[in-house]
Design a protein around this ligand. Structure first.
Ligand SMILES: [Zn+2]
Length: 304
């Protein structure tokens, strides 16, 4: 009888272990340094999580350590010839003009003092198509160079059926300049509030703060030069790294603003189409994202 109980217990332990995916990020609030703010703490945790995942990829690619990686990065320029359609697809963004609503959200976001502090904005210029149609908003920053905002229909040509399920915003890197694309059709479809759009912009800025696209191209180009393929895209190490990029952008991109955290939780739930089995996706599931964001919200809201 004892034996049966024991094996029954083992089955329960084993199935819980399988059903429960490992925590996507450990925020470790119990050990938070009281000297620093909640926001500083979560950024630190997100950064070291991202660093570990990047290190795993770097070692897998044959780098001895991260010093070697940094030295390689220093000399790396993005090869304009990266041809794989998924990587740089010039048809991906169908131009739209920036609406008054979008413009207001972009300006509201940029005016938030912690954003100003972080980016050190020098100038904001509206570039017009015609007298009244804004083509792009160009933001000159001290810390991250020039960042462009554009409106576009973001189309994944391989996945047309799920057009509306995909992200409402995206980051691209062209000629060493970061561009944030916002999709007005998806924003309208999902009825995103102004606060939600601001949170979305925060997430995309979060990717810029960690130079995610540049690092991604570096990995893909390096791997392609070595093997002639981009197969690393499907490796679990790379997928985990991409997920860590999303987690870090979610966290850093809140700029500690409770309103944006709250709205970003709602957004993540709203556009969550990933099934739990979809471990190959480059994004954590909306449920996973909502979970760590809720933990952050609780701590920020209760901070002295
Ligand atoms: Zn993202």
């Amino acid at each position: 009888m004892k034996k049966y109980i024991w094996s029954f217990a083992c089955i329960i332990v084993a199935t819980t272990a399988i059903a429960k995916p490992s925590k996507i990020i450990h925020l470790d609030f119990a050990n938070k340094n009281p000297e620093i703010s909640v926001y500083e703490w979560i950024c630190k945790q997100a950064k070291s999580n991202l660093y570990r995942k990047k290190e795993n990829v770097a070692l897998h690619m044959g780098f001895q350590d991260m010093h070697e990686w940094e030295a390689f990065k220093e000399d790396f320029t993005i090869d304009a010839n990266i041809k794989k359609p998924d990587i740089i697809n010039h048809n991906r963004y169908k131009k739209r003009v920036i609406s008054t609503k979008l413009k207001r959200s972009i300006y509201n976001f940029l005016e938030y003092p912690p954003v100003q502090n972080c980016l050190q904005i020098i100038d904001i210029i509206n570039e017009y198509n015609t007298a009244s149609n804004i083509k792009k908003i160009i933001v000159e920053t001290e810390c991250f160079g020039t960042i462009e905002f554009r409106a576009a229909r973001i189309i994944d040509e391989h996945n047309l059926d799920s057009y509306l399920d995909c992200n409402c915003g995206e980051i691209a890197l062209k000629n060493n300049r970061y561009i944030i694309f916002l999709d007005p059709i998806k924003i309208y479809h999902w009825e995103l509030s102004n606060n939600m759009i601001e949170a979305l912009i925060g997430h995309e800025i979060g990717h810029i703060l960690h130079d995610d696209k540049f690092n991604e191209y570096l990995i893909l180009d390096f791997y392609n030069q070595k093997t002639g393929t981009y197969n690393i895209i499907n490796s679990p190490l790379f997928v985990n790294y991409k997920k860590a990029c999303e987690v870090a952008a979610d966290i850093v991109g809140t700029f500690g603003n409770p309103k944006w955290i709250h709205e970003w939780i709602n957004y993540c739930k709203l556009i969550d189409t990933d099934t739990p089995e979809d471990s190959n996706s480059s994004h954590p599931t909306g449920k996973q994202r909502a979970k760590y964001l809720q933990e952050i919200y609780k701590n920020i809201a209760h901070a002295p």
